[in-house]
Ligand binder design. Structure first.
Ligand SMILES: [Zn+2]
Length: 189
């Protein structure tokens, strides 16, 4: 049960409304690079974010636009900004950290929206069956290597359209010395 690993750098998803405040009216994101999940892309656009203790520039905006604005950062970033974001599934932003977004045309003070993304595996229903994971919502993943170990609390995100891949943030990736495309081994709870 090997799974390829993708490391997600800090990034943001924006609503149309917030995109227009930050970049101007009727602004459209430009595709820089397609991501492994179908339809998702890194855009050419970046924004700055501010917290009580600091600022981080050039956070990549991922497209397409979404129904919610969400900023996904690492714990290391959170220290720099002076924030204490919760670990959440994508889209679960109620009560998450406030953060200020800075674009070329405007600024937004969000009362919530900043999270540390939970570890997750994108997987199709067929693969869930093939791997015998029907009764699991979470799994562990074994990482080999000199700084290897077992990663707990990895959520299974199931959709027909998904490309099979484990997504970790840069703190997890660095802690286990993982490079983009390395393989982990899924362990059932
Ligand atoms: Zn993901």
């Amino acid at each position: 049960m090997k799974v390829p690993i993708g490391i997600s750098a800090r990034h943001t998803h924006l609503t149309k409304e917030h995109l227009e405040i930050l970049f101007g009216r009727d602004y459209c994101l430009k595709i820089l690079k397609k991501l492994s999940q179908p339809g998702e892309y890194a855009s050419l656009e970046t924004i700055g974010v501010k917290g009580p203790k600091g600022k981080i520039e050039k956070i990549r905006v991922l497209g397409p636009i979404r129904k919610y604005t969400q900023i996904e950062i690492s714990k290391t970033d959170a220290y720099k900004l002076g924030l204490t974001p919760p670990v959440r599934e994508s889209g679960d932003i109620v009560g998450s950290s406030p953060i200020t977004l800075v674009g070329p045309k405007g600024q937004i003070e969000l009362s919530e929206g900043c999270i540390i993304a939970s570890r997750h595996i994108h997987i199709t229903p067929d693969e869930v069956k093939k791997l015998g994971l029907e009764n699991q919502t979470k799994v562990c993943v074994l990482i080999d290597g000199v700084k290897g170990g077992i990663i707990h609390n990895v959520t299974l995100k199931v959709s027909e359209n998904y490309q099979f891949e484990l997504h970790l943030d840069t703190d997890d990736g660095n802690a286990f010395l993982i490079n983009q495309g390395d393989m982990g081994t899924i362990i059932k709870y």
